[in-house]
Each structure stands twice: as C-alpha cells, then as structure tokens.
Write a protein of this length. Structure first.
Length: 195
C-alpha cells in the first residue's frame, strides 16, 4: 500500500516539508509496511488547467510540464490515499496546490480513478488561527468532487499547524501531533478499504 503526501509549498525544505517528514516518521513507526512517498511541488512547473478537453478522451494532459510526468504514478492502484499539505496564503491554499488539484480533473474524467481513495489535508498558517480550517475545507471540496473518502485527524478538520511560533514549527507540538494523527488516520481507513 502506498500513500502520496504532496508538499504544496513553493519553498523547499521549510515548514511544510518538516511537517510531512514528521508525519511520515510517525506512520513508519506505527505502520512500517506502508510506503509514504512525499512529492514536492517546490521548483516544479505545474501550470493551471486550461479546460481544453484533451483529457476527456484519454488519461493524459495536453500541457507538458511536471504534472504530466506524474500521471502514471498518480493513477496507480497501489496508491490508497493522498495527503495534501499546503501553507495558507491569503486565507487559502497555495497557487501550486490549486493548479495541482485543477489538473487532477483528468483522473475524474477517466473513470473516477481516485474514487474511494482516502484523502486528508494539512494546512500550515503563519498564526495559530491563520485560515487553516478554511484552507483544509477548500482542498476537501476537491476531494469530494473526486468521490474520495475524506478523513480528519480524528478530532478536527485535519492537520493544522502554526509556522511562526517562537522557535519555528518544530515547537508546535500540538500542530505536529495533528499532522501525525492525520497520517495515521489516512492509513487506518485505507487499510479498512483495501482489506
């Protein structure tokens, strides 16, 4: 079983990266048989969808960029879940996250390939109440359109972190726990679904 964790930050190896690494470590500790693969959008060219209808007749995209190279990987049956981790920019997801999700429409148009896959969201804001919950809901809306099974961290909307806490995100123990719990919840439900 494989879980994809998508780092939607435009900045390499910053708060979102650290959050996903900590979440991945916790999943490996509890479920060593599950592979969590982190894909980073930082430095990648992911253009927005043009709604050109190219993908209505094939599971491919007319736009040739880094997203196109991931299509075979993203449609693998072994992928049981998808975790989107995004910083909060102006009260919502990053433009990289939005472009990725818009382009993912091709999986819907070609037989709902993400149907019944487990989806979870992590949002990292500059303050404790910096728009994380509404950002999570925006990503969850895209998951619902794919007919995915959306989970939380068990008690909240998903993983919510505060990046500008004194000492950096490493000191947001509450937030890091929500991210870890989200990862564990995605694996738990994916295991039940794949039985």
């Amino acid at each position: 079983m494989k879980i994809i964790a998508l780092n939607c930050s435009p900045r390499k190896e910053k708060s979102t990266h650290l959050t996903l690494q900590k979440m991945k470590e916790k999943v490996a500790e509890v479920h060593p048989e599950v592979e969590v693969e982190v894909l980073d959008l930082a430095g990648k060219e992911i253009n927005g969808c043009r709604d050109c209808d190219y993908c209505r007749t094939r599971c491919d995209c007319a736009i040739r960029d880094d997203f196109t190279t991931w299509i075979p990987f993203l449609k693998e049956k072994a992928v049981a879940g998808l975790i989107i981790a995004t910083p909060v920019y102006l009260g919502s997801m990053t433009s990289q996250a939005k472009a990725f999700l818009d382009r993912s429409v091709l999986f819907r148009r070609n037989g709902f390939l993400w149907k019944n896959k487990i989806g979870g969201v992590i949002a990292i804001g500059g303050s404790r109440n910096g728009g994380q919950e509404i950002t999570i809901q925006a990503v969850q809306a895209a998951f619902f359109i794919h007919d995915m099974i959306v989970v939380s961290d068990g008690t909240h909307y998903g993983g919510t972190l505060w990046s500008r806490i004194d000492g950096g995100i490493e000191n947001d123990q509450i937030g890091l726990e929500t991210a870890a719990e989200l990862g564990l919840r995605v694996v738990e439900i994916a295991k039940k679904m794949t039985g």
